[in-house]
Design a protein around this ligand. Structure first.
Ligand code: C2E
Ligand code: CA
Ligand code: CA
Ligand code: CA
Length: 275
C-alpha cells in the first residue's frame, strides 16, 4: 500500500541519516587523529617464491582511537578520501614507512599504498623525495602501490609523475590487479615493476577453475612484460602450492605472515623464516 511505501521510505531516510551521522563522527575524530598520534603502521611480509625469503613488507595503516578501539582501514579510508584528509595521513604513512624501512637490512623493501587523491596533490613527488631523503632509504627499496583508480583521471599527468619517481629509482606496483575495468590498457602506458593479483582470484582458486586460469594468465603476462607478480591473500598451504604452480613470483598473505607491529617485522628479519 501507499502508506506502507511511505513508511519504508521514512525508514530508509532515517537509516541514511544515521549513516551520515556516523560518517560525520568518524570525520571529526579523524581530523584529530594525526595530532593525537593515533595512527600506526602494520607490516605484512612479502615472500620471494624462488628463495622463500622475506624480501619486503607492505605498510598497512591502522587507526587506534581511545573510544573506537582499532578501526579498520576499510571503515576510515573512504572517509579520509572524501574529506581530503588522506593527503596529510598519506604523507605521515610515507614518512613513517620510509623511516621504519631504513632500519631494516638491505635490500628489504617497503610497499606504501597511495590513494588516488594523493595524485591530485601537486606536492606528491616532493613528499616522496623528501621522505626518502629524510629517512636515508634507498629509492629502490620503496614500492608505491597504486590502483588503477589513480590512473582513470588525468592519466597523462599521473604517468608523468610516476615516471619522475621511477627515474630516481622508486618502484611502482599495480595493486588489486584484475579488479578494474582497464588494468590492461594501463600496462602499455606505464612500466609497472609489479602486478599484485587481487585476493579474490586467489580465494576463488579452490572453487572454480576460472580463477586458477586467471592467476596463471596474469603470472604469464607479468613474466612476459618483465614484471614481478605477487599473489595476495594466500591463507592456506594448498593456495600457496597452487600459486607457485601458476608461476607467481611472490606471495603475500596470512599463510606466510599476518600484518605485524614494526618491532615484530624487525625481529622477523633477524631470523629469516622459510615457507
Ligand atoms: P590492500 O592494499 O589490497 O591491502 C591488502 C589487505 O588484505 C590488507 O587489509 C591485509 O591485511 C589483507 N590481507 C593480507 N593477507 C590476507 C589474507 O591472507 N587473507 C585476508 N582475508 N586478508 C589479507 P587491510 O590492512 O585491512 O587494508 C585494507 C585496504 O585499505 C588495503 O587493501 C588498502 O586499499 C587500504 N589501505 C591500507 N593502508 C593504507 C594506506 O596507508 N593508505 C591508503 N591510501 N590505503 C591503505
Ligand atoms: Ca596494497
Ligand atoms: Ca591489494
Ligand atoms: Ca584492496
Amino acid at each position: 500500500s501507499k502508506a506502507e511505501g511511505r513508511g519504508r521510505f521514512r525508514f530508509f531516510e532515517q537509516e541514511m541519516d544515521e549513516q551520515m551521522q556516523a560518517r560525520r563522527a568518524i570525520e571529526l575524530d579523524l581530523r584529530r587523529a594525526l595530532a593525537l598520534k593515533e595512527f600506526e603502521l602494520a607490516y605484512q611480509p612479502q615472500v620471494d617464491l624462488a628463495t622463500q625469503d622475506v624480501v619486503g613488507f607492505e605498510a598497512l595503516l591502522r587507526w587506534r582511537n581511545a573510544a573506537r578501539g582499532l578501526v579498520s582501514p576499510a571503515e576510515f579510508i573512504p572517509v579520509a578520501e572524501e574529506t581530503g584528509l588522506i593527503v596529510a595521513i598519506g604523507e605521515w604513512v610515507l614518512r613513517t614507512a620510509c623511516r621504519d624501512a631504513a632500519s631494516w637490512p638491505e635490500p628489504i623493501s617497503v610497499g606504501v599504498n597511495l590513494s588516488p587523491l594523493q595524485f591530485r596533490s601537486p606536492t606528491l613527488a616532493q613528499t616522496v623525495l623528501s621522505a626518502l631523503a629524510n629517512s636515508g632509504l634507498a629509492p629502490e627499496r620503496l614500492e608505491l602501490e597504486i590502483t588503477e583508480n589513480a590512473l582513470i583521471e588525468d592519466t597523462d599527468a599521473v604517468i608523468a609523475l610516476l615516471n619522475r619517481l621511477r627515474d630516481v629509482g622508486v618502484r611502482v606496483s599495480m595493486d588489486d590487479f584484475g579488479t578494474g575495468y582497464s588494468s590492461l590498457a594501463y600496462l602499455q602506458k606505464f612500466p609497472f615493476d609489479r602486478l599484485k593479483i587481487d585476493q579474490s582470484f586467489v580465494r576463488g582458486m579452490g572453487e572454480n577453475p576460472e580463477a586458477g586460469a586467471i592467476v596463471r594468465a596474469v603470472a604469464a603476462l607479468g613474466a612476459s612484460l618483465g614484471m614481478k607478480t605477487t599473489a595476495e591473500g594466500v591463507e592456506t598451504e594448498e593456495q600457496l602450492a597452487a600459486i607457485r604452480l601458476e608461476g607467481c613470483t611472490h606471495v603475500q598473505g596470512y599463510f606466510t605472515g599476518r600484518p605485524m607491529a614494526a618491532a615484530d617485522a624487525s625481529a622477523l628479519l633477524t631470523q629469516p623464516r622459510r615457507v
